[in-house]
Unconditional design. Structure first.
Length: 85
């Protein structure tokens, strides 16, 4: 009976140690996953900022071109309306 009790106690200790190791491993995996996700999110945000900046630059360029074209048209109309000498 004593041997059985000792064996049962050893088995419980082994099970508890295994559970503790699993919990520790799970905690580490969770931490690593969180770090990986953080890095991925930072990279996505950086990429998104670059895309937005490029889009805004294109829009700004298009707006400037449109403004220049409108000014050229207005100047051309002024020239055509001015009295001829």
């Amino acid at each position: 009976r004593t041997k059985e009790r000792i064996k049962a106690q050893e088995k419980e200790e082994i099970t508890a140690a295994a559970a503790k190791a699993d919990k520790k491993k799970l905690k580490l995996n969770t931490k690593l996953l969180r770090e990986k996700t953080t890095v991925e999110n930072k990279e996505k945000a950086k990429k998104k900022r670059k895309e937005v900046a490029a889009k805004k630059a294109l829009e700004k360029e298009a707006k400037a071109a449109k403004k220049t074209a409108a000014k050229a048209l207005k100047d051309a109309q002024k020239v055509s309306k001015s009295p001829k000498q």
